[in-house]
Write a protein that binds this ligand. Structure first.
Ligand code: PHB
Length: 389
């Protein structure tokens, strides 16, 4: 009896002593994503990619165990902010990550600054977003970064007049401005600039204006997940038979949606930083593993932002030997370079934005599916907005 009692006491003491050590040995990453609502595909893709990264690379780094905590912000900025606060204060996460839309990333930025916790943006793509906190590091892209190469390609390929049509919020306005400036410099004319509400968009009246203006091409940006609705209305208004060419950022011909959009997308020229058809050994292995782990779902550029975001966090922890001081982690991330499944990338130490190749692509049929097939590469592109400052 006596002996058993002692054993129990010793066990309790051992447990008590071990608990704080165990807590310190865990590094928590709070992943805030829209898992429901119109941008749910972004959440689904990034969560799957982050989990795949840990599955492939293990959850132990510098003797610490990585724990991923996924939270659904439903695509609502107030919720993002509250979740960021909770994750920092209650869960004591060392890193905040995810952020499916620009307003969501902006809502969390003050929390990252106050708590001195790195905020790894895996999706949101407005150029100025990284300036909202010195703790932001981005693994997605910026709209001007991918739009400028399309403006140049268009001017060099016989397109003289363009109407631009974008979702009416920060990344759309970024894309519109970048296109107009660069296309104008290259000798083209933007004849009209249209902005469509982000929520429950009805493209029909805007497409009618495009039809009436009869430009050589219409340049489009809508965020990931909205491309199918746009393309459906594009066809319904007869724009596919109007002789007006469709040119877009790769957000519109998103890999997850492309087969659902169907043959009407064939021939569409887009520019972007990732295609599931990117021709490299790293990407072939990634696409195969991602599809095997997710019931055949095709990885899109959001998944790659998530996969590379996890890589950045894990490699930074290796560099700090497991230390989780926020400034130390951000410093470790600055200047980091690696071979991504999208091609070579690095984190610009001055802007904390990603430097990457931008590809010109054409929608084509391959192995029975539709893909954005890359046919030209602009290497190591920096965000042009911050590069100009
Ligand atoms: C954004 O809100 O910054 C955003 C979202 C989805 C995209 C691009 C940009 O595809």
């Amino acid at each position: 009896m006596h002996r058993r009692h002692l054993t129990a006491a010793a066990l309790a003491a051992a447990l008590l002593a071990a608990w704080p050590v165990a807590a310190q040995d865990t590094v928590k990453i709070g992943l805030i994503l829209p898992m429901t609502g119109p941008s749910a595909s972004t959440g689904r893709e990034i969560e799957a990619a982050a989990k795949l990264y840990l599955q492939q690379n293990g959850t132990t780094v510098a003797g610490k165990t990585i724990e991923l905590i996924v939270r659904d912000d439903t695509g609502t900025a107030d919720v993002t902010k509250r979740l960021a606060q909770e994750l920092v204060v209650k869960d004591k996460v060392s890193v905040l990550a995810g952020f499916g839309l620009t307003p969501l990333a902006a809502a969390a930025a003050p929390i990252a600054t106050q708590a001195k916790v790195p905020q790894v943006i895996m999706a949101a793509a407005t150029a100025v977003t990284t300036e909202a906190s010195p703790f932001i590091v981005r693994t997605s892209f910026t709209l001007p970064q991918v739009t400028v190469p399309l403006a140049e390609w268009s001017a060099q390929n016989g397109i003289k007049t363009v109407v631009t049509l974008v979702s009416d919020y920060a990344p759309g306005l970024d894309a519109q401005k970048a296109f107009a400036e660069r296309f104008g410099k290259a000798g083209g004319t933007v004849v009209e600039q249209l902005q469509v509400p982000l929520k429950n968009p009805d493209f029909a009246p805007f497409l009618q204006r495009v039809a009436d203006a009869k430009p050589d091409a219409v340049f489009v940006f809508v965020p990931s997940g909205f491309g199918a609705v746009f393309m459906k209305q594009f066809v319904e208004r007869g724009l596919d038979k109007s002789g007006i060419r469709l040119i877009a950022t790769g957000d519109v011909t998103d890999d997850e949606l492309l087969d659902k959009i169907g043959d009407v997308a064939l021939g569409t020229i887009t520019t972007h930083h990732y295609s599931a058809a990117h021709d490299s050994a790293e990407n072939k292995a990634f696409v195969q593993a991602f599809q095997a782990a997710n019931g055949g779902m095709r990885p899109n550029f959001m998944a790659v932002g998530g996969y590379d975001g996890m890589h950045l966090i894990i490699e930074a922890l290796k560099k700090t030997n497991g230390a989780t001081d926020g400034q130390g982690l951000v410093d470790a991330m600055k200047g980091m370079s690696w071979t991504s499944v999208r091609g070579p990338v690095s984190i610009d130490p001055d802007t904390r934005d990603i430097i990457q190749n931008v590809y010109v692509r054409k929608v084509e049929k391959r192995d029975g599916g539709l893909y954005n097939v890359e046919f030209a590469t602009i290497e190591a592109v920096k965000d042009p907005v911050k590069a100009a400052k």
